[in-house]
Design a protein around this ligand. Structure first.
Ligand code: SAH
Ligand code: SF4
Length: 400
């Protein structure tokens, strides 16, 4: 069984909070220091200090920043917060997968929002699956997230905040014990890889995702190599060149079908950017090489896209593109009409792809018992909302 460690809080934070430092670019941090009276000539040095405390040490309290003068710490604390989401729930699956429901307090006019983040430990690495939006506007028919109504882009703070809180919970800030000035070591990390594969379409939130990933990759802070950061898109073709040029991260494409007719049905965005255009953008992806392949994700849907003819067509379509093919067993969710392909069929499909020379790992479903697998995100938060409402109603009834 999975474990729920934190009871859901019944009173969402409604008081707008101060701006957060986490998620700011260096220039924004410099401006923030300016607002608390740090003279321009000192800002660069102060930014470097803050960056170290925020991202190497994982500081969650201004008082921990011992080499920052006490009065400056107080002025910062008066105007800013460091920036962490609240944990609504933390679930740990039988297989070690963790899923958090995080709540971000409202900053300024926005309402508090809740999103899910998943950590998947594997032999020799640990991958954090990060959300880029609350819900998704794209309505892929096999994806649960696409049925969620509320949609807004997550800010850079909210994207980096998922990484920071996951690292807090896992005890993954090696700088906490390192000497001052020591960089985060690149080995032995619990979060060694990140994938933008949670809720939302990251290329519909390009600027915030770009800023957040720049922070995750910054060599004076968290310092994750760009090769360990993968962004998955359902195929927002016009943004693909900029993703390579400006973010330099690994690309994953949610292909899922080999004809426009089927893909139009599964991924409606295909009507705007059909397969040929999508694959042309992939062929031209900056930095593409045999060492930096594009991952093509292919969800296995019984009787829809899983025939051996589909497998052969897939291999044909991808010929000439340095590619990995990731077969994802469909993860069902309440109310879906799709079924996962039979296991033997997935293996036969994988054989065709393997024989054509592609590595095609079948993605083992992780964390299914806590609905943390691909495309299952959302349901838990909705269920929690129902539980909260019932608890609230019981409280109100009890008070009568
Ligand atoms: N929006 C982006 C990234 C998030 S989805 C995208 O679509 O690429 C991460 C992956 O999970 C995508 O390949 C998505 O198509 C897939 N997925 C969605 N719902 C799924 C489900 N129910 N079962 C298996 N995979 C699913
Ligand atoms: Fe959105 Fe990706 Fe789900 Fe499609 S698969 S609805 S793009 S999250």
């Amino acid at each position: 069984m999975s474990a729920i460690l934190n009871a859901p809080s019944l009173s969402p934070s409604s008081v707008p909070s101060k701006p957060a430092l986490v998620g700011m670019s260096r220039a924004e941090l410099g401006d923030a220091l300016g607002t608390v009276g740090v003279p321009e000539g000192q800002r660069k040095m102060r930014v470097a200090q803050l960056w170290h405390w925020l991202y190497v040490r994982g500081a969650t309290d201004f008082d921990a920043m011992t080499n920052v003068a006490k009065d400056l710490r107080a002025r910062l604390a008066g105007q800013f917060v460091i920036g962490r989401p609240e944990i609504v729930t933390e679930q740990i699956s039988e297989d070690g997968t963790r899923k958090w429901l995080f709540r971000f307090p409202s900053r300024g006019a926005g309402r508090p929002v809740e999103i899910e983040t998943v950590y998947i430990p594997e032999e020799g690495r640990g991958t954090l699956c990060i959300s880029s939006q609350v819900g998704c506007t794209l309505s892929c028919t096999f994806c649960h997230t696409g049925t969620q109504k509320l949609v807004r882009n997550l800010t850079s703070e909210e994207i980096v905040g998922q990484l920071m809180l996951a690292r807090d919970r896992l005890g993954d800030h090696p700088g906490q014990v390192a000497r001052e000035g020591a960089a985060v070591p690149s080995t032995g990390r619990l979060v060694s890889n990140i994938v933008m594969m949670g809720m939302g379409e990251p290329l519909y939130n390009f600027d915030n995702v770009k800023q957040a990933l720049a922070i995750a990759g910054d060599g004076d802070g968290i310092g994750l190599s760009r090769r360990r950061i993968t962004l998955s898109t359902s195929g927002v073709v016009p943004m693909i060149p900029r993703t390579g040029e400006e973010m330099g991260v690994m690309l994953a494409i949610s292909l899922h079908a080999v004809t426009d007719e089927t893909r139009d049905r599964l991924v409606p965005l295909n009507k705007k950017y059909p397969i040929a255009e999508l694959l042309a953008a992939c062929r031209a992806y900056p930095g593409l090489s045999n060492a930096r392949r594009i991952t093509f994700e292919y969800v296995m849907l019984k009787g829809v896209n899983d025939s051996l003819a589909d497998a052969r067509q897939l291999v044909k379509l991808l010929s000439g593109i340095p590619a990995k093919i990731n077969l994802i067993p469909f993860n069902p969710w309440p109310g879906t009409d799709y079924e996962c392909s039979d296991w033997e069929q997935i293996e036969r499909f994988a054989d065709v792809v393997n024989r054509a020379g592609y590595a095609s790992p079948i993605r083992t479903p992780r964390g299914r018992d806590i609905l943390a697998a691909c495309g299952q995100l959302k349901s838990e938060s909705e269920r929690i909302r129902i539980r909260e409402r019932m608890a609230m109603e019981a409280m109100i009834a009890g008070a009568d």
